[in-house]
Design a protein around this ligand. Structure first.
Ligand code: OOB
Length: 543
């Protein structure tokens, strides 16, 4: 058994020893940490540019040096191996200096999205008992220092707020650049590297423990599949901490290949097209609504986008009609990406027949990815039929962090993750996403857990019952509709939206529409019939 000197992180479910051995033997788990990977690249090509962020250009040596110096600074604050640190940063270079510093210390970043607010961030702190919080001062007009004050008031574990920019009463990140130190208790490749967020389908967001070994395997293979080389220039326009731009192959895959990452905080064509031209961007990743905006803009604008070779689209279903516009409009190849923070990632490949690239969401990264498509009783469906996607493999988690009860439902007894996606698989192995069984709304790639928002709505004194469902939207694919049964005094939609905002709920989770009803349709077993509600709102919108 290749497990190292450390006991597994409490709350982490390791792979069974026999599988771990197999993944090692096959070379999937290469026993390299992210900290070591960066060091190796910095030694091989110190002067190459790793990161472009506005006017700043950091070489591999500079990123490596900053990671070492910040590791020393975080250590001075008392941050050690296995300590959790909530990292909520926009697309700025410091994100990587901080992450690699924490990776080297063995401290675990908990990746929050910039859109998260008190409700979400407060939960991450209390659930993960995180000790530090890394934020930017102000971004997108929002003052994260004020959020930090609110979180401080409700999270006793929070000891250090570290701010990029004007720190106010908190610790400036710049004050943490110390002389590099020897790190005594270094992390190993089989250790958990960070906690990623799940899109969720339950009341509270779940955290996903990813190890250096399993994540780096997916990053390495992704970089290969996408043909990344030292000449690749990856534009990161999606939120940097999300699994797609982080690892599929994303920014980490680009560093792995020795390429260059260009960060942008704005994904709008006016801003990004000139950047693609100026930096010679070769590859980027978008969610479907952004891809649609780019397609519309490209047909009207005169920028030279000829450096762009590959556009990846994923996070939500990309329609075949839109897919067919990519090559003629942007002059680059399309790759569909169907992945999940829990692990499994599927790609269409550049050698695939055109029709598969347009109409499927790709096939798994690894020959060791096990995919099952089953009916409601976990029996294999006839090949080609639609069923629930279950998966297990060398980079798919075996359990959420500290969630034994939920894990019993989210995984089969033999360790397959229940993705909640309804798919069919073609003889070629390609997967077509046909729908979803999980109680989640996919709002153009942003995931909204119905139960989480329902619970917030139920806290309103006038709300007797709440059911959140997806409604069709031509731009986002889906939007959220809240069905409500109210007591006598029925509030207006805007009041409810404000109520949710005051509770510190992220804006993207606020329902797009409120529908007031006297009662909910029920299924045979007496549960709210969400299928009927979805059909009802779809019908209403169609009329
Ligand atoms: C990515 O990761 P998450 O964790 O935000 O969301 C995962 C879920 C999947 O279970 C599926 O329901 C949906 O997002 N999804 C897609 C899709 N890609 C993701 N549904 C239809 N078509 C697609 N192409 O979204 C993610 C992680 C890594 C790479 C790419 C996406």
């Amino acid at each position: 058994m290749k497990y190292g000197k450390h006991a597994p992180l409490p709350g982490f479910t390791p792979w069974p020893a026999e599988l771990a051995e197999r993944y090692h033997a096959a070379g999937y788990w290469a026993d390299e940490t992210f900290g070591a990977m960066l060091r190796d690249r910095a030694q091989r090509h110190p002067d190459w540019i790793a990161l472009v962020c506005g006017d700043r250009r950091w070489s591999y040596a500079e990123l490596d040096r900053r990671a070492d110096q910040l590791a020393a600074g975080f250590a001075r604050l008392g941050i050690r191996r296995e300590d959790r640190v909530v990292v909520q940063l926009p697309n700025i270079a410091e994100f990587f200096a901080v992450c690699f510093a924490l990776f080297r210390l063995g401290a675990l970043p908990v990746f929050a999205l910039p859109a998260h607010r008190r409700a979400e961030v407060g939960h991450f702190f209390n659930f993960a008992e995180a000790r530090a919080y890394v934020i930017a001062d102000v971004d997108g007009g929002f003052d994260y220092r004020q959020l930090a004050r609110e979180v401080q008031a409700l999270a006793p574990s929070l000891q250090h707020v570290v701010v990029v920019g004007d720190a106010a009463e908190f610790t400036p990140l710049d004050a943490l650049y110390d002389a590099p130190i020897d790190i005594a208790d270094q992390p190993e490749a089989c250790d958990v590297a960070f906690l990623q967020l799940s899109g969720g389908s339950t009341g509270l967001p779940k955290l996903i423990p990813r190890t250096h070994n399993d994540y780096l395997y997916s990053v390495r293979e992704s970089a290969m599949i996408c043909g990344l080389t030292t000449d690749s220039v990856y534009l990161c326009a999606l939120p940097v901490a999300h699994n797609f731009p982080l690892s599929s192959p994303g920014t980490l895959g680009t560093f792995y290949a020795g390429g260059r990452v260009v960060l942008t905080r704005q994904a709008a064509p006016d801003h990004v097209f000139p950047l693609i031209e100026a930096e010679g961007v070769t590859i980027t990743a978008l969610v479907p609504p952004l891809a649609l905006i780019w397609l519309d803009a490209a047909s009207r604008r005169q920028h030279d986008l000829s450096s762009l070779k590959l556009l990846q689209v994923g996070g939500a279903k990309f329609s075949a009609e839109a897919a067919r516009r990519v090559r003629p409009t942007l002059g680059c190849a399309l790759q569909q990406v169907f992945g999940m923070a829990e692990g499994l990632v599927n790609y269409t490949r550049c050698g695939d027949p055109e029709e598969l690239v347009m109409t499927t969401q790709g096939r798994p990264i690894s020959p060791a990815d096990e995919v099952r498509v089953v009916d409601d009783e976990d029996r294999e469906v006839t090949p080609g039929e639609v069923g629930h996607l279950l998966t297990r493999g060398p980079y798919t988690i075996r359990g959420y962090y500290k969630a034994a009860q939920h894990n019993a439902r989210a995984f089969t007894t033999d360790g397959f993750y229940r993705t909640g996606d309804l798919v069919r698989q073609l003889p070629s192995g390609h997967i077509v996403v046909e729908g979803r069984a999980k109680d989640q709304i996919n709002r153009g790639g942003e995931k909204v857990a119905a139960e989480e928002v329902e619970n917030h709505l139920l806290a309103h004194p006038s709300v007797h019952d709440a059911a959140i469902v997806a409604m069709p939207d031509s731009f986002l694919g889906e939007k959220t509709c809240a069905y409500l049964v109210c007591r006598e005094d029925r509030p207006r939609g805007i009041e409810l939206a404000n109520f949710l905002r005051e509770r510190g709920v992220a804006q993207y989770k606020i329902p797009d529409r409120f529908e007031f009803v006297d009662g909910f349709p029920k299924t045979g077993v007496g549960k709210v019939d969400k299928k009927a509600l979805r059909e009802r709102i779809a019908q209403q919108l169609a009329n």
